[in-house]
Design a protein around this ligand. Structure first.
Ligand SMILES: [Zn+2]
Length: 297
């Protein structure tokens, strides 16, 4: 059906994905981040000589109006029209999709969202992201940023904590994204308790009831749970699968779920936020689904 790519700042993974939505890996290479010609050549090499359409999941935002990429960790591709450039050089049809959106499509189709009409898929990793799939179709939005719940001002309405205000990668001050991922949790711990620790250590201390970590996680859950509850109120999804590094901590996901469900307008008796796997395979499958949705009859 398609040759699919999952492209991050360190590696490019490629797979052949058939109508069964199983990803059969072709290979992986380090990402050329400084030389755009080398970057495109690496994709062309992995794609090979066939004529299947190409689907790409990439760690950046794609503007649906002109196809231009905003991708901070692959500087050579930033501002480029990757899909159009590859179509011109390869003579094949190409679709490029943000990685959170690819994850959401895969999650809604073959993951925890399978069988649900509305799926808001969330990533809590180094930073945070998300995307919304309704009736099997990705909601792209006018500018390609639908579902990006991390980019709005953070608030600590329940704990009334004074939050550190840091400029976000998007340019705005005090975004949820600056506090909601692993780097954000560490920043919050430093700010609230004056302690330098990494996220695994903070989470382990929290689970052991250490008072500083308990305080930090209380504020973290306030910030992240509040922002997610806002989004859940707007979208009212059937399910919120959460992937990313922090989702591997089951106690944290359960605490986020409890916080969100206690703060949404619609009451739910069963879990809404559930841990799932991210990883290249979801990106590859999501990129292939996007190709079939937008290119195939
Ligand atoms: Zn932001």
């Amino acid at each position: 059906m398609a040759i699919a790519f999952d492209i991050g700042g360190t590696k490019i993974a490629a797979a052949k994905v058939g109508v069964d939505l199983v990803a059969n890996e072709i290979g992986r290479v380090p990402t050329p981040t400084r030389d755009y010609d080398a970057f495109c050549a690496a994709i062309a090499d992995l794609a090979g000589q066939g004529d299947e359409p190409i689907g790409i999941s990439i760690a950046g935002v794609v503007d649906p109006r002109d196809g231009r990429l905003t991708v901070a960790n692959i500087p050579c591709a930033d501002g480029k029209t990757l899909a159009a450039d590859l179509e011109a050089s390869l003579g094949r049809r190409v679709r490029v999709l943000n990685d959170a959106k690819a994850f959401a499509l895969a999650e809604a189709t073959v993951g925890l969202g399978k069988g649900h009409a509305s799926v808001f898929a969330v990533i809590i990793g180094t930073g945070i992201g998300g995307a919304f799939v309704l009736n099997g179709r990705l909601v792209m939005g006018a500018t390609g940023s639908a579902g990006e719940w991390g980019h709005g001002p953070a608030a600590a309405a329940r704990t009334c904590a004074a939050l550190p205000i840091v400029r976000c990668g998007c340019g705005q001050p005090g975004c949820v994204d600056t506090l909601g991922g692993a780097r954000g949790l560490e920043r919050l711990h430093r700010h609230l308790c004056g302690v330098e620790a990494d996220t695994p250590a903070i989470l382990a201390a929290w689970q052991q009831g250490e008072p500083d970590a308990v305080r930090t996680l209380d504020v973290y859950l306030d910030v992240v749970g509040g922002a997610l509850a806002n989004t859940v109120n707007i979208l009212d999804p059937d399910i919120v699968p959460i992937g990313g590094g922090l989702a591997r901590n089951a106690a944290l996901v359960a605490a986020i779920d409890a916080e969100v469900r206690s703060r949404t307008l619609g009451r739910r008796a069963t879990a809404l936020c559930l841990a799932t796997e991210t990883g290249p395979e979801k990106g590859l499958i999501g990129a292939a689904i996007h190709v079939s949705e937008t290119l195939l009859p």
